[in-house]
Design a protein around this ligand. Structure first.
Ligand SMILES: [Zn+2]
Length: 174
């Protein structure tokens, strides 16, 4: 069996960021999948399932209601490993173009109050599994990270070279 492209990235070297994961052709159209990574894989706690679920609902609702992106959005959903999300969009925008949109989306969530959209038994397959306070906390943390991160690092997957222990230590000290 062939590895799918997102598994062939060296996950020991991924840091939180926004990465072009794959580009597919559908007829004449390009469709781009971005890896919206919030956690350093296998190196810090992943996002709790209930928070992840709420983040999925609130951000999907935000993106589907945003006039400039609603028509380009194909999919927004959580990674099974609970360290980030995938967003699939029409065309091939650069990761740097996705940055302001996603920053807005996570800012929106970080300040979100009220009912979680779609969290009713008629709309959701596990409507009791939500955690808005933790979803807001995770969103605020990611916003702070994205705002201060080195943009030469957060838009490109790392080369297939292992981090040294010293690099790891610097990541966690920062
Ligand atoms: Zn749901």
């Amino acid at each position: 069996m062939k590895m799918i492209p997102s598994f062939s990235v060296d996950h020991t070297r991924i840091v939180p960021g926004i990465y072009e994961s794959r580009v597919d052709t559908l007829g004449e159209e390009l469709v781009t999948t971005f890896d919206v990574r919030l956690k350093k894989p296998n190196a810090e706690p992943a996002i709790a399932p209930a928070a992840m679920h709420t983040m999925e609902h609130v951000i999907a609702t935000y993106l589907r209601n945003r006039p400039d992106w609603a028509d380009r959005l194909i999919y927004w959903g959580p990674m099974g490993c609970l360290t980030g999300f995938y967003i699939i969009v029409k065309g091939r925008p650069a990761a740097a173009e996705m940055y302001p949109v996603l920053l807005d989306a996570f800012r929106y969530l970080s300040a979100y109050e009220g009912e979680v959209p779609g969290a009713a038994p008629e709309n959701c397959g596990n409507y009791l599994m939500h955690d808005l306070p933790m979803a807001r906390w995770e969103a605020a943390r990611y916003v702070a990270y994205l705002e201060s991160a080195d943009q030469s690092v957060i838009f490109a997957y790392p080369e297939a070279k292992r981090l040294t222990l010293e690099d790891d230590r610097q990541f966690f000290d920062s």
